[in-house]
Design a protein around this ligand. Structure first.
Ligand code: DX5
Ligand code: ZN
Length: 216
């Protein structure tokens, strides 16, 4: 069974608390939180004080996606803020720092994740696969919600599922970008078990039905 991780980036910011409560009432168990620094990606979003505030009002699983340079500098703050999963980009730092950051997140009692941008091959994250609880495959260029799904990422998704089955079968495989009910089925068929959806979920006429369709 798949898990939906609604991306709060697409929520109504003037009704943030209400949207979070509704997301839970609609049946979601996870919440995807996009952190952007205006440098690693050409956009800005939330900081760790937001994650801390969100943690106070929800028991949804906070799936925090760091789109920031040098995540090792900030990982501790996000862990302390209450992230359940903290996912860093392989492109954001050196291999040494990436490995050290994963270890640091784990030591702080949070589940580490690693993410690849569309042009980064699966092999780039091979060394980290045994050490993470979540692998995220971007199906758009990170930075903005509402972009078109890149179906040509599916062979990479499938390849990562095969690689994980060998070294870390319990690890989640997540997709992010352009996921709706149609593209979501394609992702599931190619091995994804956690699906992020922002604009399609928050724009859906019946969000509870959206959760049920993804998670059936
Ligand atoms: C994009 C973010 C996504 C975004 C997805 O950089 O990482 O999580 O919110 O939005 P949709 O589902 O609209 O593509
Ligand atoms: Zn994301």
């Amino acid at each position: 069974m798949a898990i939906l991780s609604p991306s709060i980036l697409s929520a109504d910011y003037m009704h943030f608390h209400e949207d979070m409560d509704k997301t839970k009432a609609d049946g979601a168990k996870w919440l995807h939180v996009d952190i952007m620094d205006g440098h690693f990606v050409p956009n800005m979003s939330f900081g760790y004080s937001w994650v801390k505030a969100m943690r106070k009002i929800t028991d949804l699983v906070l799936d925090v996606h760091l789109m920031i340079d040098t995540p090792i500098k900030y990982a501790e703050e996000f862990c302390k803020a209450g992230a359940d999963y903290l996912t860093i980009h392989v492109e954001a730092d050196t291999p040494e720092n990436t490995m050290a950051c994963i270890d640091k997140i784990r030591a702080l009692g949070v589940k580490p994740g690693i993410v690849v941008k569309p042009n980064t091959p699966a092999e780039a994250i091979a060394p980290y696969l045994p050490k993470v609880d979540l692998v995220l495959v971007m199906t758009v260029e990170p930075g903005f919600g509402g972009q078109k799904f890149m179906e040509h990422m599916m062979p990479k998704l499938k390849q990562l599922r095969t690689m994980l089955d060998e070294v870390n079968p319990g690890c989640h495989l997540e997709v992010d970008g352009g996921v709706d009910l149609t593209t979501g089925e394609i992702c599931k068929a190619n091995g994804a078990d956690v699906l992020v959806a922002g604009s399609a979920f928050y724009g859906a006429p019946d969000r509870a039905a959206f959760v049920a369709a993804i998670e059936r």
